[in-house]
Design a protein around this ligand. Structure first.
Ligand SMILES: Cc1cc2nc3c(=O)[nH]c(=O)nc-3n(C[C@H](O)[C@H](O)[C@H](O)COP(=O)(O)OP(=O)(O)OC[C@H]3O[C@@H](n4cnc5c(N)ncnc54)[C@H](O)[C@@H]3O)c2cc1C
Length: 325
């Protein structure tokens, strides 16, 4: 690819973070290229009602919201291509990004490849996703007001989800495959002290049952092999998330769980100058569409400023060299 085809900015990923970065960057005339990935629109494409994204008092369907994000980015000149990035080279500039055999070059890159909830992979899980099966209590807890829920998992996130859900649900049953929790002592204590939360130990969910929506889970005791059905209206899978960063191993600093490390967390800077990160790929704490969008805005503004500084540096250099001797 010729040097003059080098883009100002490539954005990898098209969830709320990537599209928001694209809106800001396009309005700043950076003509961003969004390499959207196979899951165009990101995680919200697999959900139904989004009730907590500001500006939609009656809620909005996830795919509809993401179509609007995309239309807004394209309106200002962002180019969106629905391809997966297969390789990157951030070791020298311009940065290089491949989608199979196609190579793209850019002066700056925003990484917004998100994260994926880990699922159990049991029958009924895909079928009832969005109809009782969820991986996000903050997102969906409100729908279970006055209903029974099951939480699967034993770590901090599972206890946080269980405690949060007990505000709405009549009962919260935590199903955990071991006989003790992995969660921190304080998180455990909060859950143990909550009268609405009960525990089913040494058990795994084998199947999610339903008739249109979830009606129960079939659990198996891992010690005795006995199975039982727990009647419930909802199942929250809280066994962790996996950031989509396989691609960036050896290119960007990642933490032990694979999240992008932000040396200066007030900014969107990664450890590689000119490469920025936004959204769930760097955030294991909030994991919300609105926080990802906010991150995308920050990343685009940081990239724009950084490019401007680089541009000035180049011009300054040119001036120095053209100075009469
Ligand atoms: C079922 C469900 C319901 C949810 N409900 C809500 C809700 O009601 N409210 C709320 O605020 N949040 C909700 N969330 C959380 C919210 O969806 C995420 O926090 C948000 O989508 C994160 O945005 P993101 O842009 O960081 O990443 P994502 O949305 O995960 O997007 C990642 C993007 O990266 C792309 N990508 C990945 N790998 C590559 C690659 N190799 N090359 C190119 N592109 C790549 C994908 O195609 C995708 O476009 C929900 C999540 C789920 C799973």
């Amino acid at each position: 690819m010729a040097e003059n085809n080098t883009r100002e900015l490539i954005i990898i990923g098209s969830g709320p973070a990537g599209y928001t970065a694209a809106i800001y960057a396009a309005r700043a005339e950076l003509k961003p290229l969004v390499l959207a990935g196979g899951e165009m629109g990101g995680q919200l494409m697999i959900t139904t009602d989004v009730e907590n994204y500001p500006g939609f008092p009656d809620g909005i369907l996830g795919p509809q919201l993401m179509d609007a994000f995309r239309a807004q980015a394209e309106r200002f000149g962002a180019e969106v291509i629905p391809v997966d990035v297969t390789r990157v080279d951030f070791s020298s500039r311009p940065f290089r990004v491949w989608t199979g055999s196609e190579e793209y070059r850019a002066r700056s890159v925003i990484v917004s490849t998100g994260a994926s909830a880990k699922w159990l992979g049991v029958p009924g899980e895909v079928e009832y996703r969005g109809r009782g099966v969820s991986a996000c209590a903050t997102c969906d807890g409100f729908f279970f007001k006055g209903k029974r829920v099951v939480v699967v998992g034993g770590g901090d996130v599972a206890m946080e989800e269980a405690t949060f859900l007990s505000r709405f649900a009549t009962s919260v049953t935590v199903v955990h495959r071991r006989d003790q929790l992995r969660a921190s002592k304080s998180m455990q204590q909060r859950a143990f002290n909550d009268p609405k939360i009960s525990f089913v130990w040494d058990s795994v969910v084998e199947e999610i049952l339903g008739e249109g929506t979830v009606t129960g889970v079939r659990v198996r005791n891992v010690n005795t092999g006995e199975t039982d059905v727990i009647e419930t209206d909802g199942v929250f899978i809280a066994i962790g998330h996996q950031p989509n960063t396989e691609l960036f191993k050896g290119q960007l600093e990642l933490d032990a769980k694979g999240y992008v490390v932000m040396p200066n967390p007030e900014t969107a800077e990664t450890n590689v100058e000119g490469v920025f990160a936004a959204g769930d790929v760097r955030d294991h704490r909030y994991r919300q569409a609105v926080t990802a969008a906010g991150d995308g805005c920050k990343a685009a503004m940081d990239a724009e400023r950084w490019l401007e500084e680089q541009g000035e540096a180049v011009n300054l250099e040119a001036e120095v060299y053209s100075f009469p001797r």
